[in-house]
Write a protein that binds this ligand. Sequence first.
Ligand code: SF4
Ligand code: SF4
Length: 108
Amino acid sequence: MPPRVNRAKCDGCLSQSETFCVLICPGDLMALNPDSGKAYCRSERDCWDCMSCVKSCPHGAIETRLPYQLGYYPARLIPLVGSNKISWTVMDIHGNVERFTFKTRNDD
Ligand code: SF4
Ligand code: SF4
C-alpha cells in the first residue's frame, strides 16, 4: 500500500529544495506540497511499496499500512533508521505495539 505521511511529524525537511523522501523514490512519486510544505505521494497507484521513502525520513513521518491480507487497518510498520541500526515499530489490528531493532552495520 502507498506510504502515508504523518503531517504532524513531517517538517518538509526544513524546506530543502529536495527532501529525503523526494530524492530517494525510484519512481519519482514523492513530492512536497508547496502550500502546506508537507510531503505526499502524487501517484499512489504507481507505488510498488519499496519502502525507500519510509526508511529515508529522519522523523519517522512516513509509514506503511499493511494490506488487509496481512493485517488490515490500523496495522502498520514504521521504521526509524539510525547510523548502525534500524528500529521497526509494528502495530497490529488491535493497536498492540512491538518494536524490533536490528544492527545494520558492523563497527569493528
Ligand atoms: S514506497 Fe518506494 S515507490 Fe512508493 S513512494 Fe515510497 S519510495 Fe516511491
Ligand atoms: S523525508 Fe520526512 S520530513 Fe522530509 S519531507 Fe519527507 S516525510 Fe517530510
